[in-house]
Ligand binder design. Structure first.
Ligand code: G4P
Length: 305
């Protein structure tokens, strides 16, 4: 699978972020709680060196809460403050406010020791495209906050949103690009919808998703699509319940996709199953949460960020 990004955009985004980050005390990084590692760019550790760090596990409404708790632990152990949230709802914003307050504590103490009082902590939201940065800024900052506009000493054109007496936030988020060195990263981001649809191969994504769900969330597919294992039809390319030539797992996944096509009436003109349509349907059910709360990766205790 080959996912294309545009190096020009990446370079520009990185340059902007490098500039902006100089003005910042606190980096608030949004990650997708369903894929917390794949949806971050580890360069943020270098970019955010010496800054307070807060990781927000966003889209938590779609993720498995047990896995999210493990991810919080993972990020905390690496020196980041964390909060769990659904950026579209105001409900989780209290937790975010208190996480911001905790993350800022050290900086405020330092200022106080130096005799600096009442200087607001400056924060920036950062994350890869589609992780929910604009949604978060809108919900969190909302109408209640005033834009502070340009001020002397602050880079021209920068807009700051005053969140409260103690914190102001840059209203343009820092855009990071996912790291694609590992092919699985691209695949998981495609499944979650972070990568544009036209470069996807839905069947390949769906087959991977089916295998993952079968292993990690047994029963979830059968429940959603009312399928019985022993009545599954032949899969794409004749790889149905038979294991001829491909692994048992792959054959099983192909048969499940065929089963979804059958149950949901995905058929082509000549009566052939429409696997692509079935794959799209499955992926859409996953993205929207209709399959349930699902996380696609777990922390590896051996692996550093
Ligand atoms: P970005 O600025 O980081 O690029 O992301 P943006 O806020 O545009 O959000 C990308 C999509 O993710 C939007 O959906 C948004 O509604 C959705 N989203 C953001 N936060 C959450 C969350 O916590 N939970 C869930 N379930 N979805 C979230 P969209 O389909 O592109 O737009 P829309 O149809 O919602 O307007």
């Amino acid at each position: 699978m080959n996912y294309q990004w545009y190096p020009g955009h990446m370079t520009k985004a990185r340059r902007m972020m490098q500039e902006d980050i100089k003005l910042i005390d606190l980096v608030i990084e949004l990650v997708d709680a369903r894929v917390p590692l794949s949806s971050r760019n580890p360069d943020i550790d270098e970019l955010g060196k010496g800054k307070a760090r807060l990781v927000l596990l966003n889209k938590a409404d779609l993720a498995d809460s047990r896995a999210t708790a493990r991810w919080e632990d993972y990020f905390r152990k690496r020196g980041c403050f964390t909060a769990v949230l659904d950026a579209r709802s105001r409900a989780g914003m209290k937790a975010v406010s208190s996480a911001i307050a905790s993350a800022c504590q050290e900086k405020k103490e330092r200022d106080r020791r130096r005799g600096i009082i009442n200087r607001p902590v400056r924060a920036m939201i950062a994350g890869i495209p589609n992780v929910g940065k604009s949604t978060f800024i809108n919900t969190f900052a909302g109408k209640a906050c005033t834009k502070t506009g340009n001020r002397p000493g602050v880079t021209k054109g920068k807009q700051w949103i005053r969140l409260n007496r103690e914190v102001e936030m840059l209203d343009t988020p820092g855009i990071l690009w996912p790291k694609f060195e590992d092919q699985m990263v691209g695949l998981k981001l495609a499944v979650t919808g972070a990568i544009r649809d036209e470069i996807l191969q839905p069947e390949e994504l769906a087959l991977w998703l089916i295998r993952y769900l079968t292993a990690e969330y047994p029963g979830i597919l059968a429940g959603r699509y009312q399928m019985k294992a022993d009545t599954l039809p032949e899969g794409p390319d004749g790889h149905g319940g038979e294991t001829g030539g491909i692994s048992g797992e792959a054959a099983e996944a192909a048969a499940v996709l065929a089963g979804i096509a059958k149950v949901r009436g995905c058929v082509r003109k000549g009566g052939e199953p429409d696997y692509e349509k079935a794959a799209q349907l499955l992926i859409e059910d996953f993205r929207s949460g209709r399959l349930g709360e699902i996380t696609l990766e777990l922390p590896d205790p051996e692996k550093q960020i």
